[in-house]
Design a protein around this ligand. Structure first.
Ligand code: FES
Length: 308
């Protein structure tokens, strides 16, 4: 490429030519610099980010809509630009920011969770689900089948939970914990209840498949509670995770557990009912005590969500 415009690239401290119709990314790649671009230059990954040290006014202005969407979401400083979206009209100096695999993993992993990276207190619904008698079910199954059945079950549950704005936060053996309302949903509690009902339907739909292959099937129990928790992103380069901490998590888990004794499939706490009272039809009401907790707790079975 013959051009008078040049990019000085740090930390390499080399100068590369850039044509008018060439993005910073393609100029770097053309010059043999192995610049990271996980999404292939489509303004989706942000791993091509560079810090513009000199000549910011010579970079595409305003940012393209695609670039702006990414830098806004990640709250990147305006000095940080996506190399794949930026054209330059005169000499600039940049510092490349994602230099190796570790940088890349951190950049990628934190992207989705960024808004929660700092601990925040939030009142959210927490859902626990557990397979009833999974251990006896797995007896006489091949290890391959055990894992396959679990994956198939989790795959379906994950899909339902996501459709209702929730996300699975943890897998505990054959159990799962999901949280709702991490983004600003209108009624995360109702979403959680709806998800739970659909999860039960999904398990019903899975039964013929299990019966056909193994001549047996399983059921699940679900518990939901709404409470105040601390949400934050923790971890290290190999694994970043949204973690949810608080007594409400233990309560939700115990509600789920109460299904066993009560021989029920879906139980919610009073705080959940308070938020969805007009939109659900409840079944039986149960008084329970939780091990290690004082007092009686009232739990409700849910029959269905009434369209309002
Ligand atoms: S390469 Fe993914 S955003 Fe630029």
């Amino acid at each position: 490429v013959s051009s008078l415009v040049k990019i000085t690239v740090l930390p390499e401290n080399v100068t590369v030519p850039v044509a008018e119709d060439q993005t910073v990314l393609s100029a770097l790649l053309a010059a043999g610099i192995n610049h990271t671009c996980v999404c292939g230059g489509n303004a989706r990954c942000s791993t091509c980010r560079v810090m513009v040290l000199e000549g910011l006014t010579c970079c595409t202005s305003p940012q393209s809509d695609q670039e702006k969407a990414v830098t806004d979401q990640l709250r990147l400083d305006n000095q940080i630009r996506l190399a794949c979206q930026t054209y330059v009209s005169n000499d600039i100096t940049i510092r490349r920011l994602v230099l190796d695999e570790e940088d890349c993993q951190i950049t990628n992993q934190l992207q989705g969770a960024h808004s929660l990276a700092v601990g925040k207190e939030k009142t959210i619904p927490i859902l626990f689900a557990d397979i009833r008698n999974f251990t006896p079910f797995t007896e006489s199954l091949l290890p391959y089948d055990v894992v396959h059945v679990l994956n198939r079950y989790f795959f379906r549950m994950d899909r339902v939970i996501q459709q209702h704005g929730g996300s699975i936060n943890n897998f505990i053996g054959d159990g799962l914990m999901a949280v709702f309302g991490l983004s600003e949903d209108e009624n995360p509690t109702l979403n959680a209840v709806q998800a739970a009902l659909e999860m039960l339907e999904e398990v019903e739909a899975l039964k013929p498949y299990l019966e056909k292959l193994f001549q047996k099937s399983f059921d699940i129990g679900i518990g939901i509670h709404v409470g105040n928790v601390v949400v934050g992103t923790v971890g290290a380069a190999s694994l970043y995770k949204t973690t949810v901490i608080g007594d409400a998590v233990n309560v939700a888990s115990r509600i789920e557990n109460a299904n066993k004794e009560l021989d029920t499939r879906l139980l919610i706490s009073e705080t959940v009912l308070a938020e969805v009272r007009d939109q659900v039809q409840t079944g039986k009401k149960h008084q329970v005590t939780f091990k290690g907790k004082s007092g009686q707790h009232t739990l409700y079975e849910i029959i269905e969500v009434i369209e309002s």
